[in-house]
Design a protein around this ligand. Structure first.
Ligand code: HEC
Length: 207
């Protein structure tokens, strides 16, 4: 399946993608930005690591508390990395003139070419652990359902999709990128259809 985000505008996404992937990113945005939908700061859950003997550097905490809500992790990490993967369906990363989506920001050209795509794939796979971090809250203040079997399965799906994207990026094959873009979009959608795409914001993160 071709996930087309070639122009990276809401209109283009809506026009080209029709239902599936457009929904993935834009449904719920209005709800999330509704008045009173301010993300709630998560409560630190993990205790700091015990102090080690003087002179020795303190060991890093086994599980540091989350900093952001699930919404912030989605918007800040998964959104950008997946859009970069989707871009490679129509833009050759080896082309020095490859147009960059505005969302990648001012420093986007520091690193270039296929390695950028590999890095986005790694980011997606690694972000699975962030989605399972204990103590994180959703934007409505409910805990992220990290103990639910289906949620964990969806997270695993994201990890596997990220790994597949890495392999495709290493192949530098645009057909493989089209294929794997579908895999990534599906991994996002599987979880969103259960935990995100709700009639109202307060039902998010509930089964
Ligand atoms: C395991 C579940 C899960 C997976 C996998 C997942 N998401 Fe999400 N996503 C959510 C939930 C739940 C929310 C709502 C979070 C909140 O409101 O705090 C969300 C919200 C979002 C939002 C913000 C929507 C808004 O209201 O502004 C974006 C963007 C997003 N996800 C992108 C992605 C992308 C891209 C992927 C795949 C690469 C992905 N997500 C994978 C569960 C998931």
């Amino acid at each position: 399946m071709k996930v087309d985000q070639s122009r990276f505008s809401t209109q283009a996404i809506t026009r080209v993608l029709g239902a599936s992937v457009a929904l993935l990113f834009w449904v719920g945005v209005a709800a999330a930005q509704a008045p009173g939908a301010k993300p709630t700061a998560p409560t630190p859950a993990a205790k700091p690591a015990p102090q080690t003997s003087p002179g020795k550097a303190a060991a890093p905490a086994a599980g540091s508390p989350p900093v952001g809500t699930l919404l912030q992790v989605m918007r800040g990490i998964l959104f950008h990395s997946s859009n970069l993967i989707f871009a490679t369906q129509s833009e050759d990363p080896a082309d020095p003139k490859m147009p960059l989506p505005a969302s990648f920001g001012t420093f986007a050209r520091v690193y270039t070419g296929w390695p950028v795509v590999e890095n986005a794939a790694v980011t997606l796979a690694e972000s699975a652990d962030l989605l399972l971090k204990p103590g994180r809250l959703c934007s409505n203040g409910l805990p992220v359902p990290v103990d639910r079997a289906d949620y964990r399965k969806f997270v695993q799906g994201l990890r596997v999709a990220g790994q597949a994207a890495l392999k495709a990026a290493q192949s530098k094959n645009m057909d493989d990128m089209i294929e794997v873009s579908g895999t990534v979009a599906e991994a996002c959608e599987n979880c969103h259809s259960v935990y995100r795409d709700k009639p109202d914001l307060k039902s998010r993160c509930l089964p």
